[in-house]
Design a protein around this ligand. Structure first.
Ligand code: EPU
Length: 431
């Protein structure tokens, strides 16, 4: 296993280029299966989750070829409806194959995704959507089996206890685009990644009205064609570098970020004393506008609310801010695995239900810490960059799922970060 060794206390300065969005690209790989024709996806990030998805759709029978680092060609002439457990279990997002397989083949068999360290991640809303479209769905020995022979357009209400569902909305859309008749999806997610998926599907010949809203109307078509589509930039990656600038008191120009996708985040940062200048629609310049950051108050919500995927990184920043910050999770109420690890670095954090109360201004000190999931890994690395001394972040395979070339990009900004194999650790290291 590999880990990151970080020497903290150096301001990050320079320019960083944002990669394509993981959460946009994953359902788009799945969407290519809706047509038997070839599709090309551009600006795809170089991530282990993407490689898993490519492997799964290749196992399903598609011809998959990586043309260069960011471009993939997929030709799914003949595909099967059964996704292999061994691959699917490695990545929750493989659930977004359910919609396209049901749409195109009128049947799907996908192993039920397991639990997840960020909390319970049920798929009841995905199933509800397919059932509303007339599919028969059953769970047989851990496999979600869908029979969509009688698929037809209908009204779907997709709101759940924690708001809308992102991949549930992708599945509903991808099943509906090839279902005869009209489907309406109420309380659909409207994340930029959903908009990007809809834009791709429209290029493939789908008929979708209301893109970007919570109410979609889809008129099913009998056939879709292939397309070429460029994945949108990763808003979570962009925001993570903005926090890196703030937490290290540096100055970073972020190229390729879409400020429009970051409204709630930019608002919270500016209130805290971080200067975020929009130099152009795709360039942000981030630095501190005051010496000490104000405390932060966030509540995570579906888009356009504050993203849950930035809660852990913001918690790291709150440790270096002045006063008491309150961070409340409304999407995944138990997504706080980073908290005890930050406390190992000297953070002063109390938990109160689904909120973390962070007493900032305390010094962070380097320590060996353990990453539990993708965004927690990023939070610990950010804390390590701001801490005094040396931090070791273990289990960075989580990070490789979602941050393209993280250590190389940080090194380009002057961060002292290296990836080393656990077997090369000095004897004095004790986790
Ligand atoms: N939910 C249900 N029933 C369902 C589906 C979801 O109750 O059938 C609940 C979930 O338990 C959660 C809430 O609804 O409380 C929202 O979950 P959602 O379905 O929107 O999450 P997701 O689609 O599984 C995507 C991202 C996550 C991101 C969430 C929320 C992808 C591949 N994943 O997950 O990304 O946190 O939306 O924005 O798009 C990450 O990138 O680190 C990550 C976890």
């Amino acid at each position: 296993m590999e880990l990151f060794r970080i020497i903290g206390g150096h301001p990050l300065v320079g320019t960083v280029q944002i990669s394509g969005s993981k959460n946009a690209a994953l359902p788009q790989f799945a969407a290519t299966l809706l047509s038997s024709e070839e599709s090309i996806l551009e600006n795809v990030p170089d991530l282990s989750d993407i490689r898993f998805m490519a492997e799964i759709i290749s196992e399903l029978g598609a011809d998959v070829e990586q043309l260069d680092q960011t471009t993939w060609k997929i030709k799914p002439l003949n595909i099967t409806h059964c996704a292999p457990y061994e691959l699917v279990r490695k990545m929750r997002a493989s659930i977004c194959l359910l919609g396209p397989l049901t749409g195109r083949l009128k049947k799907a068999e996908i192993p039920m995704p397991g639990g997840c360290v960020i909390g319970q991640r049920p798929i009841d809303l995905h199933i509800r959507a397919l059932e509303c479209l007339g599919a028969n769905v059953e769970l047989d020995r851990g496999i979600v089996k869908v029979n969509g022979t009688n698929l037809k357009g209908n009204r779907i209400f997709l709101g759940g206890r924690h708001g809308s569902t992102v991949t549930g909305t992708s599945n509903a859309i991808m099943a509906a685009v090839l279902a005869p008749g009209v489907t309406t999806i109420e309380s659909s997610a409207c994340e930029p990644e959903i908009i990007d998926l809809c834009n791709m599907l429209v290029k493939m010949g789908a008929n979708i009205v209301g893109i970007g809203s919570h109410f979609l109307t889809i008129e099913g078509v009998s056939k879709l064609c292939g397309c070429t589509h460029k994945v949108i930039p990763d808003r979570i990656e962009a925001a993570t570098y903005a926090i890196a600038a703030a937490i290290t008191q540096g100055e970073i120009t972020i190229n390729g970020a879409v400020s429009e996708h970051l409204g709630s985040f930019i608002n919270v940062m500016q209130e805290s004393g971080v200067s975020i200048e929009t130099k152009s629609p795709s360039q942000l310049k981030v630095s501190l506008s005051q010496e000490e950051l104000n405390s932060l108050e966030i509540i995570t919500l579906p888009y356009p609310g504050f993203p849950t995927d930035l809660q852990a990184q913001t918690c790291a920043l709150a440790c270096k801010s002045n006063g008491l910050s309150i961070l409340t999770e409304r999407v995944y109420p138990s997504r706080f695995m980073h908290v005890p690890e930050l406390m190992r670095m000297g953070a002063d954090i109390a938990m109160e239900g689904a909120s973390s109360l962070v007493k900032g201004k305390n010094k962070l000190t380097g320590a060996p810490v353990m990453a539990s999931d993708l965004r927690a890994s990023a939070a610990l690395i950010l804390a390590g960059l701001a801490a005094e001394g040396e931090t070791w972040v273990q289990r960075i395979y989580h990070l490789d799922r979602g941050y393209d070339s993280f250590e190389k990009k940080l090194q380009g900004l002057g961060g002292i970060v290296e990836r080393i194999a656990e077997k090369d650790l000095p004897i004095s290291y004790s986790p």
